[in-house]
Write a protein that binds this ligand. Sequence first.
Ligand code: F6R
Length: 607
Amino acid sequence: MCGIFGYIGHQSSLPILVEGLRRLEYRGYDSTGVGLHDGETINVHKTVGKVNNLKQVLPKEANATMGIAHTRWATHGGVTQENTHPHASYDGKVLLVHNGIIENYRPLRAKLISKGIELQSETDSEVLAHMIGLELENGASPQDSVRNMLKRVRGTWGICVMFLDHDLLLCARNGSPLIIGQGDGEMFVSSDPHPLTSHTQRVVYLEDGDMATVTRTSIKVASKQGRSIQTNVQTLEDSWAESELGDAPHYMFKEIYEQPDALRHCITGRVDREMGTGRLGGMRLAHSTLVQAPHVRLLGCGTAAFAAEIGQMLIEKMARIPAVTHIASEYRNNDPIINTKAIYLAVSQSGETADTISAIKEIKLKGGQVFGVVNVVGSTIARLCGQGVYIHSGPEQSVASTKAFTNMVGALTVFSMQLGRSRNMSKEQGRELIQQLQQAPHLMEAYFEDVGPIDEAVDLLANAKSVLYLGRGLSAPVAKEGALKLMELAYIPCLAYPAGEMKHGPMALLEEGSPVVVVAPSDHLKEKTLLAIHECKARGAKIILIHEKGDAIAEEGDVSIAIPKIHPWLTPLLTVLPLQLMAYRTAVRLGKDVDRPRNLAKSVTVE
Ligand code: F6R
């Protein structure tokens, strides 16, 4: 969602800000703008649409060494130039970019209007700029004016503020991430680590409630109350640097094909072949917790929730204790009962999903222990949990998640083994699983050498009114993930059901030629899935079948796509690959924006 980038230093700020915006594009946005301070004046340039559109309205050169920039994903007010950030105060002395939502903006707005201030936009963010302006006019310092303003607002924010009469940037965070990159005689502000890596590896993560004064040579962090806080400079992970598109046609294509290496990265050094167990050091799980935990709860949204559902089944299979997945966006609102002895896992690629963060806070408030299963190092969820496992997918830039899904499944498999071995699972069973898990990246590569008749599947999907996805057991969440991918990329309505549920309703959708995607690896449920295939075929449906190589079930598909054979508990790592490719190629065929599907954002930082 919205992205912030700021610069104060000795270089021309304009190209740095534009490059920062470009690197934030993957988060999803619909308009963009920059504000430049040349020591005497502030100039603002904004446009609806992409950063490339903005380039057309920018000056060729600008003599400004300070500036702030923003990509906006509309929440309050339509996608218009007026609503695009940065927003200026009534007197032009304050310029502000904001991520998050100001809940009480209506009364604040009314108050400003009663004071004769004319608001230029419909946004909640603009009120903040005017409120700071009024404080400054009353003689407050930049820091106090921001602080006093923040005392009167409710909601979430990551803000970066520039002042006409002061040579500094002020940043504040509450619920929307902000990171400050420390250079030599220059500083950078960003809402995620990705745009910082080309400038510096030294960063300061702001915590909720923090406010930072950023000059060319210093970063001073203080609390809401003005108490100074030790500035903790951390080093960014190198892998964030490897995120350029290169020769690939789209990020999604690149990321699909990165899955074998990403999975290797995720499992390497985390399994003990001798003992047949997983070893997740970062979880810091006490032996007593492993042995006594009454149950496991997993939380996530979208793709992360589907990976969690697979993790849930693996935990139950390996550790024989109950595990349940919850959709994080629902969790907090249902006043959940927290067992302080249970293990809670928060699954998230970005580590910034607002719904998942709310769920974690609810669990922690009630005394529960939450472990993060997260991709982005140093992200809010990783820091909020303080313990957990990084899935190490590397940067995922396509809005549609692919390699994070398989690595979430990989990490949850290792966790299930660790839990299972501390309880019921035998060493032999653990060893066999490790051997197969270590084979999985090779098997992914083998599949990519011959992906099967994906284009024939696309022929059936591209013009479909709707598509039904079916699977059973571990393949049910894989079916959901496949449906989500096609729906979000190609805008085709898709339904995913456990195959047995098909006759309880969804079957009414089937007509002559309706495509049905069936995930049917050679596990103990295959014969039952076959029944559903026959029921669909009897109603004229065309079956796109994902099956294991050499299995006679292949004959049942109108289009049959073979994946290599693997342990039945690890099939999701392979069955999802053709589903990702089918969604990708359908979207390409339909001319859709594969990496930036409409209305969607990569980091969903508002509830
Ligand atoms: C779908 C997709 C989303 C995310 C969801 C959670 O392709 O990417 O459904 O999975 O928004 O995001 P994270 O994993 O960042 O918490």
